[in-house]
Design a binder for this molecule. Structure first.
Ligand SMILES: [Zn+2]
Ligand SMILES: [Zn+2]
Length: 445
């Protein structure tokens, strides 16, 4: 970064957004101007090919939650090369990289590393063919949630910030988290903030099926609380031709799956969000055998805690009622309230959106409605709240109308689909530009 840029920064007058700055911030001036924009743009275009190569490598080598040793190893090595002090093994396969650059706020940037147990069907030349053992069974593995993009953007942001070191001060805390569901609580259990400090600011992002030139920020609660259930219905097995000598757990499981939806449609307050979905049923081995167990697993999502309590109680009561109705042995019923929702600080959301709008096309950075997904980044926010978690799109803008809605929903496969296929370069460009802007905006010299 040139001296001219620095001296220009020094002259940058205080602008309105600073009035919103939280007290933790010693940041003195907003450096997000045209010069910053062109510096970031040229650094990004100079390095984008390398970052796409990193992305494709992560994509081709996915690892399941808490098994991300290869990914973590690459991230640790890269951060060390950039001058970060790296501590591995925080939350099992997680790691923390610290870079001190003068007196200033402690700013956390977080990426998740895990992939999912499903078979990729994108047909890309860098598609995953990885298979692994998962809970005793062989499974394919795919980066179907875009965490490969998160890791590439994370490393690209670290590199960009190191290059722009003269423009900001404070300490960067780069957190690579395992397992998007459960990894953050493991890092908290390892006392991440006791060891490295409680962040003054936190930023994270998630990619998803919108246009790759867009960034969406939700002010306040941005996603849902998550719970789940795992129920084993115990019956009495026997010959398919003599059902009266059995208690059929497949009948029980089938009734359960259907009756669950009446908890949503008849018990949940109509105006509130809540979802129950069954994602896995396992039972039986042959058409003429009534098995003795059937296992049903599912997920529950909600925005308001009282709605969650109602839904989870409904799941449990429905399972118990099905057992009673069948006169079956007790079921093994596990219903859990898991992930907490992510809340974005409203003032920091405004401030971040304003800054990003100066660097990315202003009409492509906008406030959006909450999503129904979940994400355990919320666990970190039990220790601090001054944080923004934003979304970045991954697909060709021509696939969306002017409101951002897909023209054909089947052409923009979402997260967890075997066809989920971000367009690497523009997705990473938008991600690194947005994240670098968010960070420098609160660490300006
Ligand atoms: Zn994810
Ligand atoms: Zn996911």
């Amino acid at each position: 970064m040139s001296q001219t840029f620095l001296s220009r920064l020094a002259r940058t007058s205080l602008c309105g957004v600073l009035a919103l700055a939280p007290l933790a911030a010693p940041a003195s001036a907003a450096p997000i101007n045209d010069k910053f924009k062109s510096n970031v743009a040229s650094f990004v275009s100079e390095h984008i090919d390398d970052w796409v190569a990193v992305y494709k490598d992560f994509h081709a080598h996915p690892e399941l939650g808490l098994e991300e040793t290869r990914s973590a190893g690459i991230i640790a090595a890269e951060l060390r090369t950039l001058g970060f002090e790296v501590t591995e093994g925080i939350g099992q396969t997680g790691l923390v990289g610290i870079l001190r650059n003068g007196k200033g706020p402690l700013v956390m940037v977080r990426a998740d590393m895990d992939a999912l147990p499903l078979q990729e069907k994108t047909g890309l030349d860098y598609a995953s063919t990885v298979q692994t053992d998962w809970r005793g069974e062989n499974t394919y593995v795919m980066h179907a949630c875009g965490h490969d993009a998160h890791m590439a953007i994370f490393l690209a942001t670290a590199q960009t910030l190191v290059d722009m070191k003269k423009d900001w001060k404070g300490t960067l805390m780069f957190v690579a988290q395992p397992a998007e569901e459960g990894g953050a609580s493991k890092m908290m259990a390892d006392d991440i903030f006791g060891k490295f400090g409680v962040p003054d600011y936190g930023f994270a992002l998630h990619v998803g099926p919108s246009a790759y030139d867009t960034v969406q920020i939700v002010k306040g609660q941005m996603n849902s609380f998550a719970g789940g259930f795992d129920i084993v219905f115990n019956g009495i097995g026997g010959h398919g031709s003599r059902p009266s000598t059995t208690i059929d757990p497949i009948m029980m499981a089938s009734k359960f799956v259907v009756d669950l939806q009446s908890v949503v449609s008849r018990e949940k307050p109509e105006q509130e969000f809540g979802v129950i979905s069954v994602g896995a049923i396992q039972a039986g081995s042959a058409g003429n055998i009534i098995p003795d167990t059937a296992r049903v697993r599912g997920t529950v999502r909600w925005y308001k805690p009282a709605v969650g309590e109602k839904l989870l109680a409904g799941v449990k009561r429905t399972a118990e009622a099905i057992v009673a109705m069948a006169g079956a042995p007790d079921a093994e019923i596990s219903v859990r309230s898991g992930g907490t929702a992510v809340f974005n600080d409203p003032d920091l959301s405004e401030k971040t959106l304003t800054a990003m709008s100066k660097v990315l096309p202003a009409d492509k950075v906008y406030f959006a409605a909450p999503t129904t997904g979940s994400e355990d980044y919320g666990e970190f926010l039990k220790a601090f709240s001054n944080s923004v978690y934003f979304r970045v799109g991954v697909y060709d803008p021509a696939l969306f109308d002017e409101t951002g809605a897909p023209l054909d929903v089947l052409k923009v496969p979402g997260n967890h689909s075997p066809f989920f296929a971000p367009v690497p370069a523009p997705t990473i460009e938008t991600g690194v530009t947005a994240m670098t802007t968010a960070v420098v905006n609160v660490m300006a010299k």
